[in-house]
Design a protein around this ligand. Structure first.
Ligand SMILES: [Zn+2]
Length: 298
């Protein structure tokens, strides 16, 4: 069915409902679509939860062995300022510690565990989005518009695959970065305290990365589901709604209140396309109603 046919089908369903005595809403503008902020926060917590063994390994194993590594380095470098090679040098110790971290993290931060978390949040975002999109349709049209969604499962599965690799990467890249940071700092002769501080900063950056992934991924999925649900229902255009909370990008604020077509994205992309964009697409529903159709015919 073309969008025009879908719109006509909904107009006649509305007509039938009206003939059977149901009163249709007079509202022409749908309520604002809410952003899944609570889901983003829970997802952040869940990602930090499932990757916790990595953070614990760094705290318990790395920080514990750090004084020994530094002491070995200081012995290695002492004689005449020339590096003396021992049977077990600090580089070996660092290698050992990180081998241990890798083994334990691989054992505890499993694909199954990570994919379980991602699957749960794909479903929660989908539920939330369906509710929001449905509310916008029914408040103006008076009848439910969303149907069975055959396209949905592959979308959610793609989200899970992407997210598993992003989350696994937090621990894998995290371990690799930490190891090279440590090698560099120990080699440079930094003190125990300085190195500890650098490790803590690195871990904080890794936590921020987890937060970024959670927010960005939920927000992107939510925006994509809005687009798919609206276009599947026959919506051709939307009104750009910015949050106007002071955090909008100037270019997105510039789009606010303007109408765009789903098949012709503005330079900014559609709402939700850009990193952590919280703008929404308010469906243009005029053509689903008798007054919209009349205006078109006139
Ligand atoms: Zn935006």
């Amino acid at each position: 069915m073309t969008p025009t046919q879908k719109q006509a089908a909904i107009r006649s369903r509305r007509k039938m409902m009206q003939l059977s005595g149901k009163r249709m809403p007079r509202k022409r503008r749908p309520p604002v679509q809410l952003h899944p902020s609570a889901i983003e926060r829970s997802y952040t917590a869940a990602i930090l939860g499932v990757t916790a063994p990595f953070f614990n390994e760094v705290r318990d194993r790395l920080i514990q062995t750090l004084p020994g590594i530094i002491a070995t380095r200081d012995v290695d470098l002492r004689v005449d300022g020339q590096s003396v090679r021992h049977d077990v040098g600090y580089a070996d110790l660092i290698g050992e510690v990180f081998d241990g971290i890798r083994v334990n993290v691989a054992r505890t931060v499993t694909v199954a565990a990570v994919s379980g978390v991602a699957t749960q949040f794909a479903a929660r975002t989908d539920d939330f989005n369906r509710g929001q999109v449905d509310r916008q349709f029914t408040s103006v049209l008076g009848i439910p518009v969303l149907r069975q969604e055959r396209w949905l499962m592959p979308k959610l599965e793609a989200f899970v695959l992407d997210n598993v690799s992003f989350i696994k990467d937090i621990t894998e890249k995290g371990t690799k970065d930490l190891q090279s940071l440590l090698m560099r700092r120990v080699e440079a002769g930094d003190s125990l305290r300085t190195i500890e501080k650098a490790i803590m900063e690195k871990m904080e950056a890794t936590r921020r990365r987890a937060r970024f992934i959670a927010r960005d991924q939920v927000s992107k999925l939510n925006g994509k589901l809005t687009e798919l649900r609206q276009t599947e229902a026959g919506v051709e255009a939307y009104v750009w709604r910015s949050t106007k909370d002071g955090a909008d990008r100037p270019s997105h604020l510039h789009n606010d209140g303007k109408t765009f077509r789903w098949d012709d994205a503005p330079d900014t992309g559609h709402p939700g396309d850009d990193f952590q964009c919280r703008c929404t697409a308010e469906p243009v529903l005029e053509m689903f109603t008798e007054y919209g159709a009349k205006k078109e015919a006139a």
